[in-house]
Design a protein around this ligand. Structure first.
Ligand SMILES: *Cc1c(COP(=O)(O)O)cnc(C)c1O
Length: 509
């Protein structure tokens, strides 16, 4: 464009008209389909494909690696021209669907993954169609997100005016908690001054069983991982509260500023739950922020059977949890709730001019979600959560949580009866850790898990307990049944027998 020479004032020059003229007149086109009916047919095919996929979850392998030739399909140059939707749906069906993560499958028990639901899938589609930006402004999606906060406050026995926000996952929710606790300790000025202006170094506390994201939050927030004290646990893998009390006293005497205790409701290793009531008492006495990482365990409040396990949770200052794990909402749907809405807002609210609130119109409404977290543009995560609660109701969802714990109990019983395996930790909730008897290094446990993954029969994962890898099955998926545990243990035993036989065989000369 010759007319765009640097320094030229286009608005007052005849060149301006030339500049416009230099754009050839062209029919203006949106990216919407030209033939809506053809699009509708293809879109329905996509929906049907996914309904079948979920209906037939049990019939597939849990997981299989993508072959090299399939991976190669995803190493192409940037496409310059478009392809028909139908062709892309075929690629999706042939080259993506068979090689997915596998967590929709009933025998997926690795890490802590939710299984998703068909209704959650439909809600995701509806949300994508609306394409709401839930950073703020006055539109109904913001009301839906507020309603989830209200529901959660009700379930957790939190005050009705608690503030809450959807984030990617509990990693981010725990980070948000740390930042709000930091505001509580140092005042809003910490946002401007940072941590160098403070007299005393902040220190926080969590058990050695706390999730790794707590330490990462300390790193990312600039407090420093060295200032997260990792406290020992007792035989039940609960934080040693006496050790916590002693550490706080010691840190104060040494000139540090204790500010935050992170309790775990459902540790990722074994599902252990800290003594939350004792931690609440101690935090109240010591004037410390009491945050609970309840990524999955906080949802125990939905089940009358499980709720007593998280007694004391209702006294937390804040809670992090994931709807995408035990509640089966499709990824991602992490949440942070806080009983001090003002401190929460003070931690994140921005005064940027383009975010100014208007007395009326679309820019009205006082608190926007962007005042409560690090994100500005954000999707409508609340909708799939709303559909999940509305479709099933809290009672049924609570029963599903209890069901996964019953399935875990059955697995525990099978392991107790096994001649090959033994339990590696107490089963508190829905996580069962076990090991081949006498596998001192845990090498056989690791081999078994890899073999199981490759067989496609079951997908547990490993964790380290007592310094060695053990097999870990987290029953999170609502599709997992008692009978699946028989299949799982039989397959795991068969793997163990093969591996042990291989090891015992004399090495060929
Ligand atoms: C999964 C998990 C996290 C991390 O949550 P993401 O949603 O994966 O970010 C934190 N704490 C516990 C106890 C978890 O189980």
């Amino acid at each position: 464009m010759a007319a765009c020479r640097k320094g030229k004032d286009l608005t007052r020059s005849a060149d301006f008209d030339d500049a416009l003229d230099s754009f050839p007149a062209k029919a203006e086109e949106s990216l919407d389909p030209k033939d809506w009916e053809a699009f509708r047919a293809e879109a329905h095919r996509g929906l049907d494909m996914m309904i079948d996929y979920l209906r037939d979850a049990r019939q597939r392998k849990v997981w299989q690696p993508a072959p090299a030739e399939v991976r190669a399909e995803f190493r192409t140059p940037l496409p310059q021209q478009g392809k028909p939707l139908g062709e892309l749906l075929d690629t999706f069906a042939n080259s993506m669907l068979p090689y997915a993560n596998g967590n929709t499958h009933p025998l997926f028990m690795g890490w802590v993954h939710g299984g998703g639901t068909p209704v959650g899938m439909v809600a995701e589609m509806l949300a994508a169609g609306l394409n709401s930006n839930c950073g703020g402004r006055d539109h109904i999606a913001i009301d839906v997100e507020r309603e989830i906060t209200l529901w959660l406050a009700e379930a957790l026995d939190f005050p009705r005016d608690s503030s809450g926000i959807f984030v990617t996952g509990s990693s981010m929710a725990n980070m948000v908690a740390l930042l709000v606790a930091r505001t509580d300790a140092l005042g809003e000025s910490v946002r401007k001054d940072g941590l160098r202006q403070t007299e005393r170094q902040l220190v926080g506390y969590a058990s050695i069983e706390a999730h790794a994201c707590i330490e990462r939050a300390f790193e990312m927030a600039g407090v420093g991982a060295a200032f997260l004290r990792r406290l020992p646990v007792d035989a039940k893998r609960q934080m040693d509260v006496a050790a916590l009390r002693a550490a706080i006293t010691e840190d104060r005497a040494a000139g540090f500023e204790p500010f935050l205790v992170v309790g775990s409701a459902g540790t990722v290793n074994t599902g252990a739950i800290d003594d939350l009531a004792a931690l609440a008492d101690l935090c109240a006495a010591e004037d410390l922020w009491f945050h609970v990482d309840g990524a999955f365990g906080a949802l125990c409040v939905l089940s009358p059977e499980l709720k007593p396990l998280v007694n004391g949770l209702e006294r937390a200052d804040s809670v992090a949890l994931d709807f995408h794990k035990w509640l089966q909402v499709p990824y991602d749907a992490g949440f942070f709730i806080c009983r001090h809405p003002e401190l929460h807002r003070q931690t994140f609210m921005s005064t940027a001019a383009y975010l100014a609130r208007a007395p009326r119109g679309l820019a009205a409404a006082d608190i926007w979600p962007c005042d409560l977290g690090p994100d500005l543009s954000r999707g409508f995560r609340a909708l799939k959560t709303w559909f999940t609660f509305q479709t099933f109701g809290a009672v049924r969802l609570g029963a599903t949580l209890a069901q996964t714990c019953h399935v875990a109990r059955h697995l525990e019983a099978l392991i107790r009866r096994s001649s090959i395996f033994e339990l590696s930790a107490e089963v508190k909730l829905n996580i069962v850790c076990f090991s081949v008897k006498g596998d001192a290094t845990g090498e056989i446990n690791r081999e078994i898990v890899m073999d199981l993954h490759e067989s496609g029969v079951a997908a547990p994962s490993t964790t380290r307990l007592g310094g060695r890898p053990v097999i870990r099955a987290a029953i999170v998926n609502h599709r997992t049944q008692t009978k699946d545990m028989e299949t799982f243990v039989a397959a795991a035993e068969a793997c163990a027998v093969r591996i042990l036989a291989r090891r015992a065989a004399p090495v060929a000369p």
